[in-house]
Write a protein that binds this ligand. Structure first.
Ligand code: SF4
Ligand code: SF4
Length: 395
């Protein structure tokens, strides 16, 4: 069982607010042919994690084994929080002076001005100084193209030129920037140019995010959900239909199908391993709820109104506030019976009466050949960065 003392990494989303309208983000719903804010979430002031609560939780003497903090999640873009610089200052003072530590932020980068990003860069430069010039901490900018039009097709309301300007200010301040590319058919042809641009502009890493394709392959095979993203028009954007997996990567569907065909009843029989628990890592959402991982919170949490049928057993058994940091300490939450039930569920069937297996756990953590490769790769990394880049969010 995890405790506050043994926890190694935390992923947190300090805001549900965001400037962007990414097509698959849980902060949006497509209703009455309109892309609208998800009515089950809180936004604005209510969508911001209080800095006082953060300072109270993130204390070096309470989180003795903590080595990494990752700003990412399901509903918002953390650095849009009005106190974003204060959160980072606190971490520098409390953790970087105390131990080797890593911070990673995933962001669309298209908001606030260059002064903010320059100041953020300076805080990252301070982190490197405090960690013997180890430049592991970074901001990962999501950039899905090399011009405003291409970038804005999936990542609505985000202007490529502005992100580049902000990223350059961050780099100038001394921060390490990475470029993450979500590849679709409409931007496949720009991948290599983007790689070159990243190098030229001083990004220290460029990568195409591929982990989302396996889940898309599951959807395609199940056939009950489209393998396409359909988005309604907004005042500024046209309605679009986009393939989840680009044509050049469609062979993943056959690989996943083969894996599933090896079982009579894939969802109940395939072994599942909880790699977040293995890595002693949890997710904290903007609303103060603590989850084992971001895969569960985004699908069964507040954006779904806690009402998905396949998760109902856990809501009926434990309620929806036992994991709320506004009401309970992090340590008390981690010691809650829920986590034993979750662990037990991994070896059960989805139809079991007690602690049934959760569908999302199979989708994300089935130990099939493809995922196993990922699982072991993650755990064998020479310089363990603690993070996995396998978040459902499209930041
Ligand atoms: S989806 Fe389930 S098995 Fe996978 S990390 Fe999350 S809780 Fe663990
Ligand atoms: S995926 Fe991230 S950047 Fe896009 S709308 Fe959602 S929170 Fe904002």
């Amino acid at each position: 069982m995890l405790t506050a003392e043994t926890l190694k990494a935390i992923q947190i989303e300090i805001s549900s607010n965001c400037n962007a309208g990414c097509l698959e983000c849980a902060r949006w719903v497509n209703e009455e042919s309109k892309q609208q804010l998800n009515p089950k979430l809180n936004f604005g002031h209510k969508g911001n994690f209080p800095i006082e609560l953060f300072r109270n939780i993130f204390q070096a003497d309470k989180l003795k084994s903590l080595r990494g903090l990752f700003f990412d999640g399901n509903y918002g873009d953390s650095l849009i929080h009005p106190d974003a610089l204060l959160f980072m200052e606190h971490m520098n003072k409390e953790f970087f002076t105390d131990r080797n530590f890593i911070i990673e932020v995933n962001s669309n980068g298209g908001y606030k001005d260059t002064t903010f990003w320059y100041e953020m860069g300076k805080l990252f430069a301070e982190m490197y100084k405090l960690s013997d010039n180890d430049r592991e901490s970074s901001v990962v900018f999501g950039l899905d193209g090399i011009d405003n039009e291409t970038h804005g097709i999936y990542r609505r309301n985000v202007v490529y030129d502005k992100v580049i300007e902000n990223a350059q200010a961050f780099i100038k301040g001394g921060g390490r920037a990475e470029w993450k590319y979500l590849e679709f058919n409409h931007n496949s042809h720009q991948v290599e140019q983007a790689r070159e641009t990243a190098k030229k502009l001083g990004f220290e890493k460029f990568f195409v995010k591929s982990t989302r394709w396996k889940e898309a392959a599951h959807r395609t095979i199940e056939g009950n959900k489209s393998d396409q993203i359909r988005a309604s028009a907004t005042k500024k954007a046209k309605a679009v239909v986009i393939d989840r997996i680009p044509d050049s990567k469609k062979d993943i569907v056959e690989k996943v199908r083969k894996e599933m065909d090896a079982y009579n009843d894939y969802y109940n029989e395939v072994p599942v391993s909880c790699y977040w628990n293995f890595r002693k890592r949890v997710q904290i959402e903007y609303d103060g709820l603590v989850w084992q991982c971001c895969h569960l919170s985004g699908v069964y949490g507040s954006s779904a109104g806690f009402s998905k049928k396949e998760y109902q057993y856990y809501v009926d058994k434990f309620g929806t506030s036992w994991n709320n940091l506004h009401e309970n300490s992090l340590d008390a939450i981690l010691k809650h019976e829920y986590f034993n039930a979750l662990e037990d569920s991994l070896s059960n069937k989805m139809t079991d009466k007690i602690n049934p297996r959760i569908k999302r756990c199979v989708e994300k953590c089935a130990q099939s050949e493809i995922s196993q490769h990922q699982f072991f790769r993650l755990n064998n990394q020479h310089k363990e960065k603690l993070n996995d880049g396998n978040n459902p969010d499209a930041n």
